[in-house]
Design a protein around this ligand. Sequence first.
Ligand SMILES: *Cc1c(COP(=O)(O)O)cnc(C)c1O
Length: 382
Amino acid sequence: MDDKLMLMIPGPTPVPEQALRALAKHPIGHRSKEFEAVIAEVTENLKWLHQTQSDVLMLTASGTGAMEAGIINFLSPGDRVIVASNGKFGERWAFVAKAYNLTVDPITAEWGQALDPEQFRQKLEADTNKEIKAVIVTHSETSTGVVNDLETINRHVKAHGEALIIVDAVTSLGAMNVPFDAWGLDVVASGSQKGFMIPPGLGFVAVSAKAWSAYKTAKLPKFYLDLGKYKKATDKNSSPFTPPINLIFALQTTLRMMKQEGLENIFKRHERQMKATRAAATAMGLKLYAPDHAAARSITAVVTSDAEQIRSIVKKRFDIVMAGGQDHLKGEIFRIGHLGFVSDRDILTAIAALEAALQELGKATAQVGAGVAAAAKILGES
Ligand SMILES: *Cc1c(COP(=O)(O)O)cnc(C)c1O
């Protein structure tokens, strides 16, 4: 049905009507006083969202561009960096690091499992010459629905003293607690089409004072992604290049919505929806890909050899889009996004559609309705 599409994928995520209306406004000049006021408000609210007094910079780029900026601004060719990987995005940061001739020291875990913080401790403690310049970690690994224990990993990085921690928080920021200042994170990157509730096109990078001192001696080449340019401009409520004005109008709207809901409530909502989705999948006889203790707040991956048929029916019959598996997981899992502008009602709808799809496929192993009942029970508790 036209205009009925419901996105239950981990990006792009649904966009509230207020933000859509902001996107439809006439653009204004990006050097105008009016736009300076918008940048000032948005910058302040981005700091609120990141729980920081440090800089949060906006780039016209997807999340990958923000992450690339977060890596190249603080390092020099040949620098040794730990790149952690337990899924598609972790692998991507290793490719970026190699593309810039960094020396990649990998820490890996199997897809579907969380990274082991002990491995970070051992590598960092063994580095008495302080050769490791950065630790690059994906907080919430969207390809598998696994969340890594960033707090503990970061503690080991702090104990090392020298290395920066560079975090892909693309599907954790705005879904769970990532307190930039309290944890002493150095670089945190994210993208607009995830927890920010607006379409793709903006990338965000938060930068600590320690990272800025590394910036002064970093020698990797950069121009468009030179964060120094963005800081200088942002300090004057401006931008170095023409920014996506209407996306920033939309961001102004959604950040106000987020402030109104409050960080704690936002985190609770994502946790509740994660629990409801997982309980529903289990009640329906489906297998979860990520273990309970490392379940991402923003996405639930379900293991089934019928993944593609299920996705196809859910889309065709119910206008709901769920994500498939990536790389070797294609056809093996499907992923339900519950990130950003997702209400409890959306979870119930998606679960009911899944149950109907399983029935249509003749693959329902539990009584139809068992999933909705399990989800409703959890959603009703709070
Ligand atoms: C979406 C996503 C990104 C960014 O992807 P882009 O397509 O470049 O916006 C990076 N990391 C994770 C974990 C993601 O989910």
